[in-house]
Design a binder for this molecule. Structure first.
Ligand SMILES: [Fe+2]
Length: 583
């Protein structure tokens, strides 16, 4: 039984294929069309998934789309009557969605009538919950989707047992933790889609001195609506104008209209920061206050969920579940002992979630799959890699290429990292989700405090306040961090043990935490072997890991890797078995 999941006409367009209950392939459209967070119809992602599964479109029996236009119809109608422009936008999106069978047929040059698949509409948050629960190593768990907005809700929770999910509550538009975070992110002068991640990094530099105002911006208490929270709507505009998400026609880049009202400036006693303006201490304190209130509400919701569900494990998805700082506090702040966050917790993950929802919840099939690694994207043969290297003419640029057996490759590569060089590392299948996890990574020495500045200046061109992440041998996690719970997808930040901070300053954030990736031999044998080789050389079982890109989607093909390598100023590049170094 073959199920295709498609997240289309929405940020992070993506596709996934589930065959007989097991995920075979999953990838974001941005990796092909090279537009970050691209929306539109993910034709190239679908094509890749079919190819990886060895299927023709006519062999797909079910297509799952993570959107149900009939969810919360009464609330939608209420707002549609008050906001005609919003109603028009919803109608436009709905037309696109009902046209997905035609778009699919068109992309594959097929007659829509020849498509045999049954189409299923899965509600946005149920697809988020499914993406997490049906991929988690838990037979039973509490479930939470904490998000911006989808199908007119921002938040949903429930429980999972075996192959069934039970939904117990939701928070409807306009109340949203994701929009709350986005609104203050905009207020702080970060206007691009996805900038919330930057502000989370900035928060560690400030003090939450405006917590009282932030408790008015998001209200939460024992008497809240179920497990939920409410926004102080005076601070926002989206309930009056509609959340204006638009997609540039040219390249499908998403932008979000202004979310905060004048009240934000009045109560915070400071004007909004101009983009590119100086970052003053008060901005850092605002970021800290924003993050502190998010944690109070998020962890408070999780405490209530733990109490109601009586479960020890929790499965998380939705954009807010990318808040690794908040996630890292779950173990101390709630009764939960096990946490699973889907690696594509944002809307890309809906493609996997919708497909698994159909398999389990609609077709009632038993569980047989755990997502214990994130390598579900394209891979390339030795010949393809070799062709890409040859075409780049490394010798003419002063580089030499060596084709090495694994032991020699790892030994030489570990020595290059230990020598303070910046390494591009390209192996196997591309990662699913926004984090590079050792297959499309830039790897560097974590022991050198100057490494952050070197990476930023030469390659990444990121804001200086943003931290870099550590990859650690999973078996060493408890020796170096205050927590040892698995974090295979870099979705949990833990405190580095105080006596170890001096040893890995480069990926240790200003507050002493690291957004850690715990690497097992089973999940990624070659990356595990590389970190082990580095440990054998230096005594440190950690490398600094950042995504292989330069202000663009993570590289996908060997050609893009080689191009990024020569364009930026990396010192060495490993592609499969090939090592490229300066001659
Ligand atoms: Fe979402």
């Amino acid at each position: 039984m073959n199920i295709l999941g498609i997240n289309a006409y929405h940020g992070n367009a993506s596709a996934a294929i589930v065959c007989d209950g097991k995920l075979v392939a999953a990838v974001e459209e941005e990796r092909f069309n090279r537009v970050k967070y691209a929306a539109g119809f993910p034709a190239q992602a679908i094509r890749y998934c079919l190819q990886e599964a060895g299927l023709k479109l006519s062999e797909i029996e079910h297509v799952a789309v993570p959107r149900n236009p009939y969810a919360r119809l009464a609330t939608k109608l209420f707002y549609a009557l008050r906001m005609p422009s919003f109603a028009r936008e919803r109608a436009r999106v709905l037309t696109k969605f009902t046209g997905i069978p035609e778009a699919l047929a068109h992309a594959f040059d097929a007659d829509p009538k020849a498509l045999l698949a049954r189409f299923h509409r899965v509600e946005h948050h149920q697809a988020h919950l499914a993406s997490s629960f049906y991929c988690a190593p838990f037979d039973q768990a509490a479930l939470l989707s904490a998000d911006g907005l989808g199908d007119f809700a921002s938040t949903m929770w429930g429980t999972g047992l075996g192959n069934r999910m039970q939904i117990q509550g939701a928070v409807a538009f306009p109340h949203s933790l994701g929009l709350y975070y986005s609104a203050v992110t905009q207020y702080l002068g970060f206007l691009k889609f996805g900038d919330e991640y930057k502000v989370m990094g900035l928060a560690a530099y400030g003090q939450p001195e405006q917590s009282e105002v932030f408790r008015e911006i998001v209200k939460f208490g024992e008497t809240g609506n179920g497990n939920g929270f409410r926004l102080g709507l005076d601070f926002f505009t989206h309930h009056r104008t509609g959340p204006e998400m638009s997609w540039a026609e040219a390249d499908k880049t998403p932008t979000l209209g202004r979310l905060f009202s004048e009240q934000m400036g009045k109560r915070l006693r400071a004007p909004a920061r101009a983009p590119e303006g100086p970052l003053e201490p008060r901005h850092k304190n605002l970021a800290a206050s924003l993050q502190a209130r998010l944690e109070e509400v998020y962890l408070g919701m999780l405490r209530k969920l733990a109490k109601q569900s009586q479960r020890r494990a929790v499965s998380l998805a939705g954009g807010v579940a990318f808040n690794c700082v908040a996630n890292g506090k779950i173990f101390d702040a709630t009764p939960f002992e096990h946490v699973y966050v889907h690696p594509a917790a944002g809307d890309a993950g809906l493609a996997v979630g919708a497909a698994l929802y159909v398999w389990h919840q609609i077709l009632d099939k038993p569980r047989s799959f755990v997502m214990d690694h994130a390598y579900w994207g394209p891979s390339f043969s030795r010949q393809q890699i070799q062709r890409a290297i040859t075409a780049s003419e490394p010798a003419s640029k002063g580089f030499v290429v060596a084709d090495l057996p694994e032991g020699e490759l790892l030994k030489r590569t570990a020595a290059i990292i230990a020598d303070g060089k910046v390494l591009g590392w390209f192996q196997g299948r591309a990662e699913w989700g926004p984090r590079a996890l050792g297959n499309r990574s830039i790897v560097a020495d974590p022991r050198r405090p100057e490494m952050k500045e070197i990476l930023n200046r030469r390659i990444k061109h990121r804001e200086v306040f943003r931290p870099f992440a550590p990859s650690i041998l999973a078996e060493e996690t408890g020796t170096w961090f205050e927590k040892s719970h698995p974090s295979p997808f870099m979705t949990l930040a833990y405190s580095v043990k105080p006596d170890k901070r001096q040893q890995i300053p480069a990926p240790t954030h200003v507050d002493g935490t690291g957004r850690v990736q715990t690497v097992t031999r089973e999940a990624n044998p070659r990356y595990h072997a590389l970190i082990s080789a580095f440990r054998d050389l230096t005594g440190v079982p950690v490398v600094l890991n950042t995504s292989f890109n330069d202000n663009e989607p993570i590289v996908c093909t060997p050609e893009e890797a080689v191009d990024c390598f020569f364009r930026t100023q990396m010192d060495a590049l490993v592609l499969g078995d090939f090592l490229i170094t300066k001659s």
